[in-house]
Write a protein that binds this ligand. Structure first.
Ligand code: GDP
Ligand code: MG
Length: 300
């Protein structure tokens, strides 16, 4: 057997610089939710990139993060703490800037955390398609003060330069096993996006009432003979009282959020979907390592 290298690659940057678009461009399929509104990436979604290299195989597990922001609110502080945790577990960090805007305090906060985290940092200057070469050069010079391990100007939108980012990441991955088998990859990515879309619909309706207590696990996704994609998803909350909130009066919230999720999934996946949603209480799942692993908050 030839050598394998692998690792977790954590993408950080302030909101709206194009982190999710970059993850999608690297993986070559839509796994991460992008939006013109900042802060739409609520939870970490992983894309997996497997490459053959001169000496074997390399696999990068891409961890998208919500934008780091000014820690003004409790939610903001928790989000930042979650990002710090991801950073400390990373093998490679990708710090993203936007070429079309000057480096600001938000970018400095990101650069500071990325630099302090320990792993090598690849700095990506994104959105070069909407900035002049002079502006791009200016941004690269501004960012060079951080002394990161590599600097790559790209356009995540047109995919220009994205293979160079992949090369720079791959070159820095430590020796390690392939976490995902080849066939598993798209399935994992697909389940992650389905779970994220369903979760987003509940959080929208709940006005962020339970953001840290509610997770969605896709238990089954299989195509039925009539062409319908059957999706069985479990909405997991921590307490009995939260179960009632998620179901809503007369089942109203569960129905509405479910219908919205189904509509978006059908639009994205271009296939009729039967969405089977169940609500489960897993007492204090945030305190239980076995459940944290299962829900994707594992140490990797
Ligand atoms: P995130 O908040 O950092 O994850 O940013 P998103 O990936 O959601 O992107 C925010 C917005 O910037 C979206 O409207 C993207 O289409 C846009 N965007 C991302 N990358 C590029 C790029 O390379 N060029 C241009 N012109 N727009 C981009
Ligand atoms: Mg995002």
């Amino acid at each position: 057997m030839s050598d394998t290298r692998s690792g977790f690659v954590v993408i950080v940057g302030r909101p709206n610089v194009g982190k999710s678009t970059l993850v999608n461009a690297m993986v070559g399929e839509k796994v991460s939710i992008t939006s013109t509104r900042p802060q739409t990436t609520r939870s970490v979604i992983r894309g997996v990139l497997t490459r053959s290299t001169v000496d074997g195989m390399a696999q990068a597990v891409l961890v998208d993060t919500p934008g780091l922001h000014k820690p003004r609110t409790a939610l903001g502080q928790r989000t930042n703490a979650m990002i710090d945790r991801s950073l400390s577990e990373a093998d490679v960090v990708v710090a993203v800037l936007a070429a079309d805007e000057p480096v600001g305090p938000g970018d400095r906060r990101v650069a500071d955390r990325a630099g302090r985290a320990g792993p090598p940092v690849v700095c990506v200057v994104n959105k070069c398609d909407v900035a002049s070469p002079d502006t791009v050069a200016e941004r690269l010079i501004e960012a060079s003060e951080w002394d990161f391990d590599a600097y790559v100007p790209v356009s995540a939108l047109t995919a220009d330069g994205v293979t160079i980012v992949i090369d720079e990441i791959t070159a820095r991955l430590p020796a390690g096993p392939l976490y995902f088998a080849e066939g598993e990859i798209s399935d994992q990515a697909e389940r992650a996006i389905v779970a994220e879309i369903v979760r987003e619909k509940f959080l929208d309706r709940l006005h962020d009432e339970l953001p840290h207590s509610l997770v969605v696990i896709v238990e089954d996704m299989s195509e039925r003979p009539n062409g319908t994609l059957y999706v069985e998803a479990r909405v997991v909350v921590e307490r009995d009282s939260q179960r009632g909130i998620v179901i809503g009066k007369g089942g109203g919230l569960l129905r509405t959020a479910g219908a919205e999720a189904r509509a978006e999934l059908e639009a994205r996946m271009s296939t009729p979907i039967y969405l089977d949603l169940r609500v489960t209480v897993a007492k204090d799942w945030q305190q239980r390592p076995d459940l944290l692993d299962r829900f994707g908050f594992g140490a990797g």
